[in-house]
Design a protein around this ligand. Sequence first.
Ligand code: ZN
Length: 121
Amino acid sequence: MEYKGLDVIGKMYPELRDNVEKLRQYIKGAGLTTGDLIDIQHAAASTMISEAQLRQIFDIGVELGLFTRMYRLQCSIHGGFICEQNEPFDLSHPIFCDLCGEEHEFTQYDVCEAYRIDVIL
Ligand SMILES: [Zn+2]
């Protein structure tokens, strides 16, 4: 039987069920699968769920082992993502940027929050 992680969240928190269902449709519609990253801002804009509410669902999912919280670093000069990791970036020193081919400074505004799908949803 397929493990339906999002159903577990909907059962544990009935008040979140509507948003969980919207999130499921989003994941399905976007063709996201295990190992893919869900960008919280994009997901919020697409599902019309507030970022705070989405974060609540994802944080429950992190505890259940469905998702891993990820941090993505974006180059504000070229506008692309250069790296991602599962802990906050140390922005106190320059970081090598693949897109620019050199080290430069990043700020907290260059860090995007995302969640990696760790199971089949
Ligand atoms: Zn750069």
